[in-house]
Write a protein that binds this ligand. Structure first.
Ligand code: ADP
Length: 674
């Protein structure tokens, strides 16, 4: 923060006057692919450590000193520096936030490293070797419609009840036959079911290319199957209406850290309204986008769109104004809020395994690189019964604080939008306060006071939007700022959700066997080593069968055209293979217990192996054996090794049904494959 008595920050662009003349400028653009980027980062870091790069020069004390350094020498705390050169459309809100925080902005970048890099699009917008960046590698890929649906589907297979906040979805074109068959079967078992489906092209946004259908054999769907991949989803026919209009909620979520997992939710969000009164879908109204799609970018073009400076009215309002309205109608708003928190935590738990694979690829452990945080936009629909349903997650939610206004037909002007400004500036400013590197330094020095999981199980229902004591950070330098609008939900509620993090543990096994640092796919040797080290092979499951399993699953995943940059087994394919092995080994348990048992089994053997490799290490395996008693080697059917994690029996049968189409014969030893 600004030291006492320092002059107010200037709004003028910060100049690079403190830079030593002739310093090499860092390249402005960073290649998309992780490998060259990583190489460049390593080279520059080596350069710096040899004292030739800008940071190295600074470390040697050469060149002219910057104001931060001069300030530090004078005993004042230097201001946090932020590179905003790649902020794109979030620039205006970022500038206001930085002004409020009195941090130092570098709108054209800086040759010395900054504390924070604010990117508008992706982790790869810039070369970064240190500090923090507001994007995670791989996040954009992870929240695409198809990838998100897959990640949630895996969790639905394990925990169908917990993950019923995401509409039933099918991935096209690969699951088209399954979609047709399942819909036919559901209709046969319930003739009164008259579903509608929404088709969303992968990678689309702002309602682009979305349409509704009643029949899986609709010609539009058949026609678009060959073009780009898409998700077809059950349409939520009974949304909650306000003023007879459908609306959705955009909530801002801060993923502050992946390891350990830290999640914050903004106390307020935006509600985006349709501009035609809602009617349940019929063949006649299916095409009426202003009735069915809540996208701002679509509805702004409706003559009925209402711009309002009041957060309680108009086509874009604050979410808190909706909650107030619901509360006055007698709705249980605390329950709505706790359901939303639960939805957000569960969704992030579904995303973290693959994010960790991307992370270790772009920023391998032990190599120089920044740490990451990211603001995500969650789009949520409230059903008539107030149950929140996840529509999608945006890696780059719009942080614009102005909107387009049509002055005369076809002539638009950008005008400030008070509703957007109120919500978005607070989210950016408070994200920065939470990642403040100086606060972190202070915290590290007083390590005892660091945040930890509360020992007592806290009730999500206590988590009302109206903030508790943890918002009160108004100490010392922050005294002039409002209390934080971001509320920590993880690890605060970790105890209620940690049992869901099974795929995270599977991903940890996957990453362990990746071998070469920086890869995202497991080769056949890595897979064999995993099987051997975890003692999963025996006379009933030979290494030849292991190879067949590997080839079968890897080939299918690669044929789905997900990522052809690297060959080998991706995480999702490994997860599928792992589930398959778990089902084979622990036959009679529900899927999540099968998987948990196999994870325990593998972790036990790996801990024992690590212990043997350590010359004097003892005790890890013994300690673990308390949880995993008497491990039987191989994939022979063995009894449940530990008490069930939870009482979620519904998973068992559903998984068998839902996955059977994917694995036909995948692990049958000796099945004839090449
Ligand atoms: P986009 O990224 O193109 O905005 P979304 O998934 O957010 O795609 O869908 C666009 C809009 O369609 C949403 O804002 C919502 O109004 C509507 N919508 C999406 N999925 C559903 C669904 N399953 N049921 C009802 N409405 C939906």
């Amino acid at each position: 923060m600004e030291p006492a008595g320092a002059p107010p920050p200037s709004c003028a662009p910060a100049r690079e006057a403190e830079e030593p003349p002739g310093s090499p400028a860092l390249p402005a653009e960073r290649p998309r692919d992780g490998e060259p980027a990583r190489k460049a980062r390593e080279e520059a870091a080596a350069e710096q450590s040899r004292g030739r790069g800008p940071a190295g020069r600074a470390a040697r004390g050469g060149g002219r000193r910057g104001p931060e350094e001069r300030g530090a020498r004078a005993g004042r705390r230097p201001r946090v520096t932020v590179d905003s050169s790649k902020a794109k459309t979030s620039l205006e809100a970022l500038k206001i936030s930085l002004r409020q925080l009195r941090w130092r902005e570098f709108p054209f970048g800086r040759r010395l490293p900054c504390d924070i890099y604010w990117h508008g699009v992706s982790f790869h917008d810039n070369y970064i070797f240190s500090g923090q960046v507001n994007k995670f590698p791989g996040m954009t890929e992870m929240v695409r419609k198809v990838t998100l649906s897959r990640a949630v589907r895996t969790m639905q297979d394990l925990f169908p009840v917990e993950y019923n906040f995401y509409p039933r979805s099918w991935i096209l074109p690969e699951e088209f036959p399954l979609f047709v068959t399942e819909v036919r079967m559901m209709k046969e078992s319930d003739p009164s079911w008259k579903p509608t489906f929404i088709v969303k092209p992968d990678g689309g946004c702002q309602g682009d290319g979305i349409y509704l259908i009643k029949d899986p054999n609709d010609v539009r769907l058949a026609g678009s199957l060959q073009s780009r991949p898409a998700v077809v989803q059950e349409y939520i026919c009974k949304p909650l209406l306000v003023d007879k209009l459908k609306f959705d909620i955009r909530l801002y979520v801060l993923l502050k850290s992946l390891e350990p997992l830290e999640i914050y939710i903004a106390k307020d969000g935006l509600s985006r309204f349709c501009t035609e009164p809602y009617q349940e879908p019929t063949l006649k109204n299916l095409h009426q986008v202003f009735m069915h799609l809540t996208n701002y970018s679509l509805n702004i073009h409706s003559g009925n769109f209402i711009h309002s400076d009041n957060v309680n009215t108009g086509s874009k309002r604050t979410f808190s104004s909706i909650l107030c309205r619901l509360s006055s109608r007698g709705a249980d708003v605390k329950k709505v809020w706790s359901d939303i928190i639960s939805l957000v935590i569960k969704t992030i738990i579904a995303l973290t395994p693959e994010l960790k694979v991307y992370y270790q690829s772009d920023i391998p452990a032990g190599k120089p690189g920044p740490t990451c945080f990211q603001i995500l936009g969650f789009d949520i629909l409230l059903m008539k019964n107030l149950k929140p349903m996840l529509l999608e997650v945006n890696a780059n939610p719009s942080m614009r604080i102005e909107h387009e206004q049509e002055l005369s037909p076809g002539v638009f002007e950008n005008v400030p939008s008070p509703v957007d400004e109120e919500v978005k500036v607070a989210v950016i400013r408070d994200t920065l306060r939470l990642v403040d590197p100086q606060k972190k330094k202070r915290k590290d020095t007083q390590s005892q006071t660091s945040e930890h999981v509360s020992e007592t199980k806290e009730d999500l229902l206590d988590a009302g939007p109206a903030g508790g004591p943890e918002y009160d950070t108004s100490r010392n330098a922050e005294a002039g700022l409002p209390s934080l609008c971001l509320k920590q939900v993880f690890p605060k509620y970790a105890k209620q959700f940690n049992y869901l993090r099974l795929v995270d543990r599977v991903a940890a096994l996957f990453i362990r066997f990746l071998g070469v640092k920086g890869t995202t796919k497991l080769g056949p040797t890595g897979f064999r080593t995993f099987i051997r080290n975890c003692k999963l092979s025996n006379s009933n499951f030979s290494m030849a069968s292991v190879d067949i399993l590997y080839i079968d699953i890897t080939r299918r995943w690669n044929s789905m055209g997900i990522d052809h940059k690297e060959s080998g087994m991706c995480l999702q394919a490994f997860v599928e293979a792992f589930f398959c092995l778990a089902q084979k080994k622990y036959k009679s348990l529900p899927l999540h217990e099968q998987v948990a048992s196999l994870i325990d089994f593998c972790e036990y053997h790996l801990a024992a192996l690590d212990e043997r490799r350590l010359p004097c290490g003892r005790g890890v395996a013994e300690r673990r054996s308390a949880a995993v008693t008497g491990p039987t080697d191989g994939l022979e059917g063995s009894p449940a090794l530990h008490a069930p994690l939870l009482n979620h029996t519904a998973a068992a049968g559903k998984f068998a049904d839902c996955r059977s189409h994917r694995y036909a014969g995948a692990v049958s030893p000796g099945a004839g494959r090449d």
